[in-house]
Design a protein around this ligand. Structure first.
Ligand SMILES: [Zn+2]
Length: 84
């Protein structure tokens, strides 16, 4: 039995009521209706905040990862880009 998808939804974050569809909410397959309970605007905002807060951390992480996985990266690069 399936519940009916509500027409509108209050965003978990900004508490604003919006149309509950892909235009306003990001898709999330793990959720009941395939839509996240966070609106697109909030999602973008939090991603940006995270980016700003973790810019240095991420840079460092990427550098380390690449160093440790040099061969792997090379190989996968070949795999995806080697074909002509
Ligand atoms: Zn929101």
């Amino acid at each position: 039995m399936k519940d009916k998808k509500p027409k509108t939804k209050i965003c978990n974050k900004c508490k604003k009521r919006k149309s509950f569809n892909k235009k306003h909410f990001i898709s999330d397959k793990s959720r009941k209706y395939g839509l996240s309970y966070k609106c697109k605007i909030c999602c973008r905002k939090s991603a940006q905040d995270w980016d700003n807060n973790n810019k240095e951390k991420r840079k460092e992480h990427n550098k380390n990862w690449r160093k440790e996985n040099k061969d792997k990266v090379k190989k996968s690069h070949k795999k995806w880009c080697g074909k002509k």
